[in-house]
Design a protein around this ligand. Structure first.
Ligand code: ASP
Length: 486
């Protein structure tokens, strides 16, 4: 569906690679840990790269899990670091890690001197000569070295282009300059997850940050598309452990993705959206093990198509706490909500929602954030605000139904609430984002999965999520009197 948009960008971009007389688009192609787990996956990647001449800028994670119960190289490296720190031998661990790389190199007949390089690395580890960040970054470094040779691409060390400030934050401006200055124009392979300060000190992004490296590179190169290859065929419209028939999402906006990720859906690192979103570059999430699957395209297209699903996805998180504050004539008392919120701020607790009535409001926070401070917060509210009553409701689960197509369409929330009512699920809180792309309901923790299923089923015919063209029949089916909705 995003094809026309991509070729439009291609036509306008000045950075396209020349192949003969053809202008080829720029795609940043990022492969996650499970996609580079072993030699068999390296082969799959080569086939993917060879299938499309615009895939010339590749980013890789460190080798991930090969099978259920296996350990990612990055986790093993953190373990090596801990052993070194506590002066415990890490020889067995290093042997296991090294072997993973040797197997790949041997099976693919690569000439990169991995045994020598790895021996030098292991030696330095044992002597405690690495910082944690440099030691851990070697996972992506060695994976990148082998992959670069296998794909016949120049290796661009992330430490030479991905620029960090000393406080660990990223310098996007300097990174863009360095990529322009040092990155081979016809393509290269860059390891993800790390970069360095001006002085060459290695710094890491967050865990799972290879996704962010790919996004940064896409922005720097003004790419037409950021392809993020992983082990699932894009985002599903619900957690398949809860809704086994959940269907893949074909198209989603950055904003919808933010909402779904924040509330629990995890395929792409949350922060990876920002660099490409700012640059208006679409992301395609694809499956290395099923490259023919279309995956999910994330872009800023918000136009409505009649064959689009009414909702994009349903997700949620458990373990929220709502602190209800009740006081007569509250609405006339200036500054009361601010005073209550400043108490939460004092305890460094971030507030998720503030549903309010005339004489009451609730502050909804993440249960883990108030584990130690909840009763001190309640005591402070009592003494500083003097409410008539305070009620704490814990074990609250929040469920977010997300969909750009819900906005401005009467009856959608009616269907949603009717579904929960018909299933006997009591709604304890309701919130809606100002852009109307999500409806959040709070239910008891024990109703969490049932509520997700009820909402999903309300918008699905068992096979697929109903399309906009089917909205009317959906409204009729849920017997909502639309004359009362506007
Ligand atoms: N290897 C790093 C991790 O496991 C980064 C990544 O895979 O994106 O967190």
């Amino acid at each position: 569906m995003c094809a026309p948009m991509v070729s439009e960008r291609a036509a306008n971009s000045s950075r396209h690679i020349k192949k003969g007389n053809l202008n080829v688009m720029i795609k940043i192609t990022k492969f996650g840990g499970s996609s580079v787990a072993d030699a068999e996956h390296f082969k799959k990647i080569k086939a993917i790269i060879d299938a499309d001449p615009s895939r010339r800028f590749v980013v890789v994670s460190a080798c991930g899990r090969r099978f259920k119960g296996d350990t990612k190289v990055t986790d093993l490296l953190y373990l090596v670091n801990a052993h070194v720190k506590y002066h415990v031998s890490c020889d067995d661990l290093l042997k296991d890690i090294g072997q993973r790389y040797f197997d790949i190199a041997d099976q693919l007949g690569l000439s990169y001197p991995i045994r020598d390089e790895f021996a030098a690395f292991a030696d330095k580890c044992r002597k405690g000569e690495y910082t944690t960040e440099e030691l851990v970054s070697r996972g992506e470094y060695f994976t990148g070295r082998l992959m670069a040779e296998y794909l016949d691409l120049p290796f661009l060390d992330a430490k030479d282009v991905v620029a960090f400030h000393h406080d660990g934050s990223l310098s996007m401006k300097r990174t863009a300059e360095l990529v322009a200055e040092r990155g081979p124009k016809s393509g290269f392979l860059m390891p993800g997850f790390y970069g360095a300060t001006r002085e060459g000190q290695i710094k890491l992004l967050d865990r799972g940050g290879g996704d962010i490296s790919g996004s940064i590179l896409a922005k720097c190169l003004e790419a037409d598309l950021y392809e993020n290859w992983t082990d699932v065929s894009g985002f599903l419209s619900a957690d398949p452990r809860i809704v086994p028939s959940a269907q893949p999402i074909k198209r989603i906006t950055y904003q919808e993705l933010r909402e779904l990720s924040y509330m629990g859906a995890s395929v792409l690192h949350e922060e990876a959206v920002f660099p490409v979103m700012e640059a208006g570059i679409p992301i395609a999430v694809r499956n290395t093990n099923a490259p023919e699957d279309p995956g999910t395209v994330i872009s800023d297209r918000e136009d409505y198509l009649e064959d689009e699903p009414i909702i994009t996805g349903v997700t949620g998180k458990r373990n929220f706490v709502a602190v209800h504050v009740m006081k007569d004539h509250m609405s006339n008392e200036v500054g009361l909500i601010r005073r209550v919120l400043s108490i939460f701020e004092r305890y460094n607790v971030s507030v998720e929602h503030i549903p309010s009535g005339i004489d009451s409001f609730a502050v909804v926070v993440n249960g883990a954030d108030v584990k130690d401070s909840l009763w001190s917060i309640v005591a402070d509210i009592k003494s500083e605000v003097n409410p008539d009553n305070i009620k704490v409701v814990d074990n609250l689960a929040l469920i977010s139904t997300v969909g750009r197509n819900m906005s401005g369409r009467p009856g959608v929330s009616g269907c949603l609430f009717a579904a929960l009512g018909q299933d006997g699920i009591s709604i304890r809180m309701i919130a809606q984002g100002s852009d109307e792309i999500n409806i959040i309901v709070g239910v008891r923790d024990e109703d969490f999965e049932r509520a997700i299923r009820a909402i999903y089923n309300a918008f699905s015919d068992g096979d697929h999520i109903m399309e906009l063209s089917e909205l009317e029949s959906l409204q009729n089916a849920s017997s909502i009197d639309l004359s009362t909705k506007a």
